[in-house]
Design a binder for this molecule. Structure first.
Ligand code: SF4
Ligand code: SF4
Length: 281
């Protein structure tokens, strides 16, 4: 179990605890302000995702002091975790409404509207989080004529998530001042600032999933499709065996490789049941 499961989930998966999506948490004025600022500064490079590149250029001793402090602060405000499709389905089983919105990272990096992010709420219609966002005077998210925030059914959202996974995108869940959870995104390494920060700059902004992938070598035919879609470089190929292998130390447990395998050769196991990576987050 990750640190958030102990801190915000009473020893169970924190993102499956309904209270962490509740409207009650939005009555906190600090959180309200944080969310307003977060979306208001959309046109600027996100501080949390640009900072790692700058910190990486500093001397090692400065980094060794700064990194734990900055990561700790990040955990309090905006932090994520990878989750596989079966846990996305569990979240969708208890939330009441789903709103699709443009991805901030892709907007900042590509300058285009790409709708890969989904807000989830316990309120029957949109909920307070989306009232806050709609209240921010910002063309990109609020109109004027188009609906920057788009209500979708849970079934539509899940169909989209399954399709994203086939395309190699990894699902991630996000806080807006922990433990409040505001949404689930679909990320790839080329465009997601948080993923780059975590994987490329070694400045974690999200936890690995509560799972890790395992390969059944008997079933693997060595086609390497899984290797092409793994965002984390966790799959290699053995020319001698003519099969792939999974480096568990690098695996984030997203399950994207599993979705690409026509031989059903990859399964996810609870990270906690694999001692070598039980505490690797
Ligand atoms: S996609 Fe499946 S069969 Fe192909 S290399 Fe990967 S595990 Fe093996
Ligand atoms: S090997 Fe791990 S990180 Fe790579 S796609 Fe599979 S589950 Fe995700």
């Amino acid at each position: 179990m990750c640190e958030f499961c102990h801190k915000h989930g009473e020893g169970k998966k924190w993102y499956l605890k309904a209270e962490n999506y509740s409207e009650d948490l939005l009555s906190d004025l600090n959180r309200h302000k944080f969310i307003t600022d977060f979306f208001s500064k959309l046109g600027e490079p996100a501080e949390s995702t640009e900072r790692p590149g700058r910190v990486n250029k500093m001397p090692r001793f400065v980094r060794s002091v700064l990194n734990p402090y900055l990561v700790g602060r990040q955990k309090k405000v905006h932090y994520g975790q990878v989750l596989p499709i079966e846990d996305v389905e569990k979240v969708f089983s208890f939330v009441s409404s789903v709103v699709r919105l443009p991805c901030i990272c892709r907007h900042v990096r590509l300058g285009t509207e790409q709708r890969f992010c989904y807000g989830v709420s316990m309120a029957p219609q949109e909920g307070e989080l989306y009232k806050i966002i709609r209240g921010i005077d910002m063309y990109y998210l609020t109109g004027p004529d188009v609906s920057g925030l788009e209500e979708v059914t849970k079934e539509e959202a899940l169909d989209n998530f399954r399709q994203y996974e086939k395309e190699g995108l990894c699902h991630t869940v996000w806080t807006f001042m922990a433990p409040f959870i505001g949404g689930i995104c679909n990320c790839d390494r080329s465009d997601c600032g948080a993923m780059q920060s975590t994987v490329v700059h070694n400045f974690p902004i999200m936890f690995r999933a509560e799972y890790v992938a395992e390969l059944n070598t008997e079933l693997c035919n060595g086609c390497r499709q899984c290797m092409r879609v793994c965002q984390f470089g966790a799959i290699g190929y053995s020319a001698a065996n003519k099969k792939v292998f999974i480096d568990r130390g690098k695996c984030y447990g997203c399950g994207v490789c599993r979705a690409s395998c026509t031989k059903d050769a990859i399964h996810l196991h609870d990270r906690a049941s694999v001692p070598a990576v039980a505490n690797v987050w």
